[in-house]
Design a protein. Structure first.
Ligand SMILES: [Zn+2]
Length: 457
């Protein structure tokens, strides 16, 4: 079963094959230089060789983060965009990339250099790009790409990409022009490596930051087999631990996620930030504009559900988690249109829990939400709310259109009498004593675990 899912990933290109493609028609070397531990920018250089088949490359970027583009050939400059017509067959491009970036003006950093370490996504160093090929010259263009870091003395580098030498990585992505992907950490940091259930796991972070790695590995050791059964196996997982003043939450990326060191394996509201991000990283589908409630709701629902299955949550605490969802959810809003944190992380997981109960009840436990999510994972691609509803019907043989109208589009709280949740109980839950402040937690966010084009977020 797992092998079949893995094959699907490779065919879709979400999980790039580990082996270098048989035939590359040109080569790309990405070199990132950080001159000192106090630098605020990196110098990034692209060296291209044998590129007769490349007509031009369009780069799109935030002008606050990228500047000083120079290169061979012709660079047409617009604000936030460069159209580069490189000279063939050899060409190079250099630019400066800012090392610090705040997730939002008043939020923590999602890209940071400080105290001898750098934590960021590769997208902080590489703008989104689109390449126009000359197919008359090469009908099947394909790059072979490497990423090389030139760093201050004693600095190391870990990325979500396979290593190819000291501070050097194999770059493989979807498409014909390979683009660096996922999270990375540079500098002086602690790293722990393990292979768990076929997944090469690396946990890396500044010294003293976060949950001890062996406790994270113990959680993954028990949760990964269940995650793989549900969504398919992945060969690599990098967990990068951040420290203040970085964003105090989790952020998923390709084959990797970021987690602030102050986030626990299980929060006081019983959810698990680590399992939440692991769900995003593993899921080979991405949400359409109207299905963020679904992607976030599934990640949060399975963060408690998988903990229950591996014995980390007993029935009492599991029920407690559901009651927090009810209490801190926002009700009476259309989930497909309202993008608020409370709907994504409280209302949606409770409705998905209720949906799971409905499916199990209606099919005499022959089916569950697992089967529906598993089917979505096998198909991959973009999931809309309508496609999810269609998959539900196909897998379970029943229509849940009325349930969706009431609890997703109208956002009504699902009555769950066996765990003491109804429309009337929400108010009493809100005035209850067991306040944890779930609504005030820093939370987490997903930004394109599977971006539509390589390098975008
Ligand atoms: Zn999320």
């Amino acid at each position: 079963m797992i092998a079949a899912i893995g094959a699907t990933h490779v065919a879709r290109g979400d999980n790039p094959p580990v082996a270098t493609p048989a035939r590359a028609t040109f080569s790309v070397t990405y070199a990132v230089e950080i001159a000192s531990a106090t630098a605020t920018t990196a110098t990034v250089r692209w060296e291209l060789a044998g590129i007769d088949e490349i007509a031009r490359i369009r780069l799109r970027f935030d002008p606050e983060r990228f500047e000083k583009f120079e290169g061979t050939g012709v660079l047409e400059r617009r604000r936030g965009e460069i159209v580069w017509t490189p000279n063939a067959p050899y060409a190079h491009l250099t630019y400066q990339a800012a090392l610090r970036h705040r997730r939002a003006p008043d939020k923590g950093f999602d890209s940071y250099i400080g105290d001898g370490w750098v934590v960021m996504r590769t997208s902080a160093l590489f703008p989104r790009s689109a390449v126009l090929f000359r197919r008359d010259i090469e009908p099947e263009p394909k790059s072979r790409a490497r990423l090389v870091f030139r760093l201050p003395r004693g600095w190391d580098a870990v990325t979500a990409m396979p290593p190819a030498g000291t501070r050097e990585f194999v770059v493989e992505s979807r498409g014909r022009f390979d683009h660096p992907r996922g999270w990375l950490i540079l500098g002086r940091f602690h790293r722990t490596d393990a292979t768990l259930h076929g997944t090469a796991v690396t946990i890396a972070g500044p010294a003293g930051a976060g949950v001890p790695p062996d406790r994270i590995l113990a959680l993954l050791d028990r949760a990964l087999p269940l995650m793989h059964d549900l969504l398919g196996a992945r060969t690599r997982l990098l967990i990068v631990i951040g420290a203040d003043p970085m964003w105090r939450g989790g952020l998923s990326g390709e084959d990797s996620f970021y987690m602030h060191g102050n986030r626990p394996l299980q929060t006081p509201d019983r959810t698990s930030p680590y399992l939440h991000e692991l769900f995003h990283v593993t899921a080979p589908f991405r949400p359409a504009w109207d299905a963020h409630w679904l992607a976030e709701g599934l990640a949060e629902f399975y963060s408690i559900e998988l903990q229950r299955r591996i014995g980390e949550l007993d029935d009492r605490r599991y029920t407690q988690a559901l009651r927090f969802f009810a209490r801190y959810g926002v009700w009476g809003h259309d989930f497909t249109r309202d993008q608020s944190h409370a709907i994504h992380n409280n209302s949606a997981p409770l409705v998905l829990y209720a949906l799971d109960r409905r499916i199990r009840h209606a099919t005499n436990d022959a089916h569950s939400l697992d089967d529906v999510v598993h089917a979505l994972a096998q198909e991959g691609g973009v999931v809309t709310t309508a496609r999810f509803l269609g998959t539900l019907r196909r897998v379970t043989g029943k229509s849940y259109a009325a349930f969706f109208r009431r609890h997703v589009y109208q956002g009504e709280i699902p009555p769950l009498p066996d765990v003491g949740i109804s429309r009337d109980t929400v108010e009493s839950l809100r005035s209850g004593k067991d306040a944890v402040g779930k609504g005030l937690e820093a939370g987490h966010a997903v930004v394109g675990a599977h971006p539509p084009d390589a390098g975008s977020e």
